[in-house]
Design a protein around this ligand. Structure first.
Ligand code: AMP
Ligand code: MG
Length: 348
C-alpha cells in the first residue's frame, strides 16, 4: 500500500504542481471535463494502454478474470486511507481497497491471472492536491502461481514497455495535443528499467540531505527526489518488514527483509506499482497478521483456503490512472479519469 505522509503539500505536488488551494486542483463539471480535448486525449491514451496490456498478458498465458468489488475483508494495509463499509444483508462488508487476497485465491483456478480492478480508498482530504491521489482508482492486478519476485518484475517491466510502445505507435496525435514529446519514452523503450534496493535508496537520499526512515517505505519527498533524477522507470526492492502488508514474503535468508518491490516512474511522477513474492503458508500468514495487530479471525475465508493449500505466487498492481497520467504528461491524476473522485471532494 502507499504510505505517503500527507501533511506538507508544498513538497507533494507532481511535476507541474498544483498549489493546494488552487482552483486548478478541482476537476470542472462533468460536461466540461468530458468535452475537454485534454480529457479525451488522455482517455484514448488510457484505452490504448489497457488494450495493449490485455494483449501482452494474454500472449503470456494470463487469464483475465472479473474482480470482486465487495467482501468480508479487504487489504488491511491502506495506511492513512479509510475503508468503506457496505451493509451486505446485515453483514458488514468492505469495498475493495485492493484485490490482493482474491488474486491469491484465484490461482486455485488458473496459474496466471489478472484483473482490471476498481479500488476505493478514502485517502486523507489533504492528498487531493498531490497530483497522485484519487479516492477511486483502478489497478492492473497481476498474479503468477509458482512465480518468484523476478518473474513479477519481468512481467511488470514487459507489460509497461509493451503498452507505452503501443501508445507511441498509435497515439501520436493525442500525445501531440497533450504536449507530450514521445522522445521522453526512449530510455524506457530501450530498457532495461533501473534497479536499486531500499537500503541503497536510503543511502542515496542521505547523500541528498534527505533523512529517510530506513524502516519505512520511501516517503514522498524522497521518492520525488529519486524519481526526478531518473530518465527511465526503476525498481526499488527489499523493503523492510513492517513497512508492507502481511502477504509480502519475508526472505528466508534475510530475516526482516521482504522479497518485494515498487516500480517508480521517472520525471517526478513517482510510484506506479507495488508488488512482491507472496507468503502462502498458513502458519506464517497467521503469525504475520498477528504481528500487524490484527485479529486473524477476520480473515476466515482466506485462511481456510490457505489451510487447504494455495500455490506460492508473485504479483503486482499497476495504478492505471497513474500510468495514464505519466504517459500523457498530465499535471494531475484526475485529468486521466472520466468521473474523478478526489479525496475529500464530493463529486458524481
Ligand atoms: P498500493 O497497494 O498502495 O501499493 O497501490 C498499488 C498501486 O495503486 C500504486 O502503486 C499506485 O499506482 C496505485 N494507487 C494506490 N493508491 C492510489 C490512489 N489513492 N490514487 C491513485 N492511485 C493509487
Ligand atoms: Mg505501493
Amino acid at each position: 500500500m502507499d504510505i505517503e505522509p500527507s501533511t506538507d503539500l508544498s513538497t507533494q505536488s507532481g511535476p507541474a504542481s498544483y498549489a493546494p488551494e488552487s482552483a486548478d486542483r478541482m476537476p470542472p463539471s462533468p460536461r466540461e471535463h468530458l468535452a475537454s480535448p485534454v480529457t479525451r486525449a488522455a482517455l484514448r491514451v488510457q484505452n490504448t494502454l489497457l488494450a495493449a496490456a490485455r494483449e501482452y498478458l494474454a500472449e503470456q498465458g494470463f487469464v483475465e478474470m472479473l474482480p470482486p468489488v465487495i467482501g468480508p475483508v479487504t487489504d488491511p494495509g491502506a495506511r492513512g486511507a479509510k475503508q468503506v463499509d457496505v451493509d451486505y444483508y446485515g453483514h458488514r462488508y468492505k469495498l475493495m481497497t485492493s484485490s490482493i487476497l482474491y488474486k491469491q485465491a484465484a490461482l486455485t483456478a488458473f496459474g496466471r491471472i489478472f484483473y482490471v480492478a476498481p479500488n476505493v480508498r478514502l485517502e486523507p482530504p489533504e492528498t487531493a492536491g498531490t497530483g497522485r491521489h484519487l479516492a477511486e482508482f483502478h489497478q492492473l492486478d497481476v498474479e503468477i502461481a509458482d512465480g518468484d519476485r523476478a518473474d513479477a518484475m519481468r512481467t511488470a517491466e514487459g507489460v509497461v514497455t509493451f503498452a507505452v510502445a503501443r501508445v507511441v505507435r498509435d497515439r501520436s496525435e493525442e500525445l501531440a495535443l497533450l504536449g507530450r514529446d514521445p522522445d521522453a519514452f526512449a530510455p524506457l523503450l530501450d530498457g532495461p528499467f533501473g534497479l536499486i534496493t531500499h537500503t541503497e535508496a536510503v543511502a542515496t537520499l542521505a547523500g541528498l540531505d534527505h533523512g529517510q526512515n530506513p524502516d519505512a517505505e520511501i516517503d514522498w519527498p524522497g521518492e520525488k527526489l529519486l524519481s526526478e533524477k531518473a530518465d527511465r522507470p526503476f525498481f526499488v526492492t527489499d523493503y523492510p518488514k513492517g513497512s508492507r502488508g502481511f502477504y509480502d514474503k519475508e526472505d528466508p535468508r534475510r530475516p526482516g527483509v521482504l522479497n518485494n518491490f515498487d516500480l517508480i516512474l521517472p520525471e517526478g511522477f513517482g510510484e506506479v506499482s507495488s508488488g512482491s513474492e507472496r507468503e502462502a503458508e498458513y502458519r506464517r500468514i497467521v503469525a504475520r497478521i498477528r504481528e500487524t495487530g490484527e485479529n486473524p479471525a477476520k480473515y476466515e475465508w482466506y485462511l481456510e483456503l490457505l489451510r487447504a493449500g494455495i500455490p506460492g505466487s508473485a504479483g503486482f498492481g499497476i495504478g492505471v490512472e497513474r500510468l495514464t497520467r505519466y504517459v500523457s504528461g498530465l499535471d494531475h491524476v484526475w485529468q486521466a479519469v472520466a468521473f474523478p473522485k478526489l479525496p475529500g471532494v464530493v463529486a458524481p
